[in-house]
Design a protein around this ligand. Structure first.
Ligand code: ZN
Length: 138
């Protein structure tokens, strides 16, 4: 694994479990054990009922593209090698909307409503980033 030069997530006590899951190639989402809502991004308290009684569950990894943009230019040097790339918001089956990148396809193949699935890029020994690729069942 060559040295990773792009920014890495800052791991907080309340997001540690999420990144631990990503490292194991599991997409974890928080759930409130009191009111039952699913929560993303990871937090200390439920945004709905303010409970701190939160747990984790593994998402199935299937999602649909809600919206996206193709980045063609105008990025910091460290991102230039990735151009063009697709930044997207995807809706997980669990009802979570997540900002991510769409990979393993040409940018022009990405469409709103397209089925995608999670994949993980191992960027350092401790960090794997959840990204999405076209679903295999297309
Ligand atoms: Zn709650």
């Amino acid at each position: 694994m060559s040295e990773y030069k792009k920014p890495l997530p800052v791991i907080q006590p309340w997001s540690k479990e999420f990144w631990k899951g990503s490292k194991q190639h599991k997409l974890l989402i928080q759930e409130c054990n009191d009111c039952g809502i699913k929560i993303f991004y990871p937090r200390l308290h439920c945004p709905d009922c303010w409970s701190s009684n939160l747990g984790w569950s593994q998402a199935c990894g299937r999602a649909k593209v809600y919206s996206y943009t193709i980045t063609l230019a105008g990025v910091e040097e460290k991102f230039a090698e990735d151009l063009p790339y697709v930044l997207a918001m995807v809706d997980l089956e669990e009802g979570i909307r997540m900002l991510t990148r769409i990979v393993e396809c040409k940018p022009e193949e990405v469409k709103i409503g397209m089925d995608v699935e999670v994949t993980f890029e191992d960027v350092t020994e401790d960090i794997s980033l959840p990204l999405f690729r076209p679903s295999a069942k297309r």
